[in-house]
Design a protein around this ligand. Structure first.
Ligand SMILES: Cc1cc2nc3c(=O)[nH]c(=O)nc-3n(C[C@H](O)[C@H](O)[C@H](O)COP(=O)(O)OP(=O)(O)OC[C@H]3O[C@@H](n4cnc5c(N)ncnc54)[C@H](O)[C@@H]3O)c2cc1C
Length: 387
C-alpha cells in the first residue's frame, strides 16, 4: 500500500515508522525538519504516564506506547525514555489520582499510594502538608521528545520511507506541495497538529494556545537520575527534574492565549509569578532559584481533549489525525499501531476520535482551566485522622 503522511510530529512520524517497518511504501512530508520546535512534538521533554483517571483505553494505550518506545530505542540505540517515575499530588481521596490508581490496578500497571511525607525522599526539596496522598507511577517518566521524533523519522527512512520537506495543502484525494508537485497514495494522512483546523475548516474542532515552560536552576540534586516527574492535577501544574541540564522544568497547565499556528513563538516568562507560587508551596528550595530558560510552545486542543483520528467524509482514503490536547506525545507509536490497523484492515477506531464539533469535556492532562496555580480548598481529612 502507498501511504502519504503530511506532518512529522509524534503522530505522523510514528505512523511512518510503523508502516515502513511493516513494508508499506511511505512518503512523509513536513514543512520543517522533524523535531522542529515550532511543532508541538518539538519540545526537549514530554511526560509519559499511564494515569488517565477512570479511562481504561488511554491507560492501556499509554502502557502499550511505553513498550513501543522501548522498541524504537533498541532499533536506534538511543536512550529516549527516562524511567524516573511520575508522582501525582492528590488533594482529594476521590479525585483523578484514585480513579487512575483503580484503572491501573485493573490492568496490572504498577502504582504506589504513598503518604505525603514520602515526597521528602523522592524530591530534593518537598512540602506535602496540603496533600491527601502521593500516587507514584514508578514505570512512568520522561521522553526526550525532540530526539524521539527525529529517531522515528530516521528509522522510518531506514525502513524505506521517503522524507519530503515542503508545505502541503489538500487537493481532493491528493497532496499538493507549494511548488505544485502532487503526491497521491492509497491512503493520505494529514497529521498536522495545530495547523489542522485551517487545513480542514469546519471538519475539526481545535483551538491553538500559547503555553509556557519555565526551567529553573535547581543545582546538582535535581539532576540525580531517580528524581521523578510530577503532576498536580487539581492545581494544573506539572514538571520534571533537571533532565539533560536544561534546568528543573515547571509549567502551569491552564489554557494559554490563542495563538496562530504560524505565529512566532516568543520566549517570555509571563507565568513566572504563578510558577514561583507553586514552587514555594511544593518545592520550597526552588522558589527563588534562578530562571534558566523559558520556552513557548503550542497546544492544539480539542474541546473534550480526545484525539482526532477519522476518515475525511468526502475523500475516500484521506484521514485526519491530531488533537493531542496537551497529552498526545507519549501515545504516538501506540496510536500509530491502531491507525495502521484502521488504514490497512478497516479495524474501527473509537467513535470519540470522530471529526466534527464536540462538547467541552474532561481534561486528560490536568484540571487545566484555572488562571493561577493557587491551592484548592482542602477537601480531605488530614493524614492522621485517616488512620
Ligand atoms: C508545552 C507542551 C507540553 C506538553 N506536554 C506533554 C506531555 O508531558 N506528555 C504528552 O504526552 N504530551 C504532551 N504535550 C502534547 C504533545 O506534545 C502534542 O499533543 C503532540 O506532540 C502533537 O503531535 P502532532 O503530531 O499532532 O502535532 P505536531 O507535533 O505539531 O506535528 C505536526 C506537524 O505537521 C507539520 N505540518 C503542519 N501543517 C503542514 C503543512 N501544511 N504542510 C507540511 N507540514 C505541515 C508541522 O510542521 C508539524 O511538524 C505537550 C505539548 C506542549 C505544547
Amino acid at each position: 500500500m502507498d501511504v502519504v503522511i503530511v506532518g512529522a510530529g509524534t503522530f505522523g512520524a510514528s505512523l511512518a515508522w510503523w508502516l515502513a517497518r511493516a513494508g508499506e511504501r511511505v512518503t512523509l512530508v513536513d514543512q520543517f525538519e522533524p523535531g522542529d520546535r515550532r511543532a508541538s512534538s518539538g519540545g526537549e521533554t514530554r511526560l509519559i504516564r499511564c494515569s488517565h483517571g477512570a479511562d481504561p483505553d488511554y491507560t492501556a494505550m499509554a502502557r502499550r506506547a511505553r513498550t513501543l518506545w522501548r522498541e524504537l530505542e533498541s532499533e536506534t540505540r538511543e536512550q529516549l525514555l527516562l524511567e524516573c517515575g511520575i508522582a501525582w499530588f492528590a488533594h482529594r481521596e476521590d479525585g483523578w489520582e484514585s480513579a487512575s490508581e483503580r484503572t491501573m490496578a485493573a490492568q496490572g500497571i504498577p502504582a504506589e499510594r504513598l503518604d505525603p511525607a514520602a515526597g521528602e525522599r523522592l524530591f530534593p526539596s518537598f512540602r506535602g502538608d496540603d496533600l491527601a496522598f502521593v500516587l507514584l507511577e514508578p514505570e512512568a517518566g520522561v521522553l526526550r521528545a525532540q530526539r524521539a521524533v527525529r529517531a522515528l523519522a530516521a528509522s522510518a527512512a531506514g525502513h524505506g520511507a521517503r522524507l519530503v520537506r515542503g508545505r502541503a495543502r489538500p487537493a481532493g484525494d491528493e497532496v499538493e506541495l507549494e511548488d505544485g508537485t502532487r503526491l497521491a497514495g492509497d491512503r493520505v494522512v494529514w497529521a498536522c497538529g495545530g495547523w489542522l483546523a485551517r487545513l480542514f475548516d469546519g471538519l475539526v474542532s481545535l483551538s491553538v494556545t500559547r503555553q509556557e515552560l519555565l526551567f529553573v536552576d535547581g543545582g546538582p540534586a535535581w539532576r540525580a537520575p531517580g528524581v521523578p516527574g510530577w503532576v498536580d492535577y487539581d492545581r494544573a501544574v506539572y514538571g520534571t527534574a533537571d533532565v539533560d541540564e536544561l534546568g528543573v522544568k515547571a509549567a502551569l497547565d491552564h489554557e494559554g492565549a490563542p495563538l496562530d499556528p504560524d505565529a512566532e513563538l516568543v520566549d517570555v516568562a509571563t507565568t513566572e509569578a504563578g510558577v514561583r507560587t507553586y514552587l514555594r508551596d511544593r518545592f520550597p528550595a526552588l522558589e527563588r532559584a534562578r530562571l534558566a530558560e523559558t520556552r513557548a510552545c503550542r497546544y492544539e486542543l480539542s474541546p473534550d481533549s480526545h484525539f482526532i483520528a477519522a476518515p475525511h467524509p468526502e475523500h475516500a482514503g484521506v484521514w485526519i489525525v491530531g488533537g493531542g490536547s496537551g497529552h498526545g506525545f507519549k501515545h504516538g507509536p501506540a496510536m500509530a499501531e491502531r491507525l495502521a490497523a484502521a488504514l490497512t484492515a478497516g479495524v474501527p477506531l473509537p467513535p470519540r476520535f470522530a471529526l466534527g464539533e464536540r462538547a467541552p469535556g474532561s481534561s486528560f492532562r490536568s484540571a487545566g482551566s484555572g488562571p493561577t496555580a493557587s491551592a484548592p480548598a482542602r477537601t480531605h481529612a488530614p493524614p492522621a485522622a485517616r488512620g
